[in-house]
Design a protein around this ligand. Structure first.
Ligand code: BEZ
Length: 217
């Protein structure tokens, strides 16, 4: 199955390091980051899982639950988790799916046979509380992901869901945002009382809703 943005994230039942789960029920009303690993006891994945564990307060602040996936069984995951804590200094505090028959990997298109017929690529999915796919990025097995970027995209998605704005290139929280072209100037005057800078009629920058006012010079 080819998944596209806006599709419903496929539901599944799976064994995990915290017991069996039904994915949609486990996700509940949260945002979810589902990310795959080629297999257990691999070096890049070890660093990624440690880093995501370290980001737990950042995930919680945004209402996001993390869940990893690797094709090895739970008994193998458990041994690997001890190594992650030892080498990365953070205990993995979210479930890791065991997917030995590649059921979930195939459902989410995580096996790219021309890259590797057996092991999953490194895909990360961001799923919203309505279970819609909002982002996926696929990395090769030899490149570790940038989870700060995943948080940045979640910040953008949560902001743009709440306000009629978009975020420009390399945007970071607190920086100016773009008023979406579908909002007329008349409507924008009501929604963005601080006004905006129009570089072009279609490119209007305004202060991020909710961001602190810049300090007076
Ligand atoms: C890793 O996950 O660390 C890895 C997987 C395949 C090749 C190289 C590294």
């Amino acid at each position: 199955m080819t998944l596209r943005l806006g599709d419903t994230a496929p539901d599944f039942q799976a064994e995990t390091t915290v017991g069996p789960i039904s994915f949609h029920e486990w996700a509940g009303d949260n945002w979810t980051v589902l990310f795959s690993h080629p297999s257990d006891f691999t070096p890049v994945c070890t660093t990624e899982l440690g880093y995501v564990a370290r980001l737990a307060p950042e995930f919680a602040r945004r209402g996001v639950k993390a869940i990893g996936l690797s094709i090895d069984p739970v008994t193998s995951h458990e041994g690997w988790l001890a190594d992650i804590k030892e080498t990365q200094g953070y205990a993995v505090n979210f479930p890791i799916i065991a997917d030995p028959d590649r059921k979930v990997a195939n459902l989410y298109g995580m096996i790219h046979p021309a890259h590797d017929e057996v092991y999953t690529v490194r895909t990360v999915f961001v799923i919203d509380p309505k279970k819609k796919l909002r982002l996926f990025i696929t990395y090769p097995q030899t490149t570790g992901r940038n989870f700060d970027e995943i948080l940045r995209v979640i910040d953008s998605l949560q902001l743009t869901d709440a306000h009629r704005v978009a975020t420009p290139v390399n945007w970071q929280p607190g920086e100016d945002v773009i008023i979406v072209p579908a909002v007329s100037d008349d409507e924008a005057r009501g929604k963005f009382p601080d006004g905006w800078r129009a570089l072009k009629p279609y490119l209007r920058l305004t202060r991020q809703p909710g961001a602190a006012e810049p300090a007076k010079q």
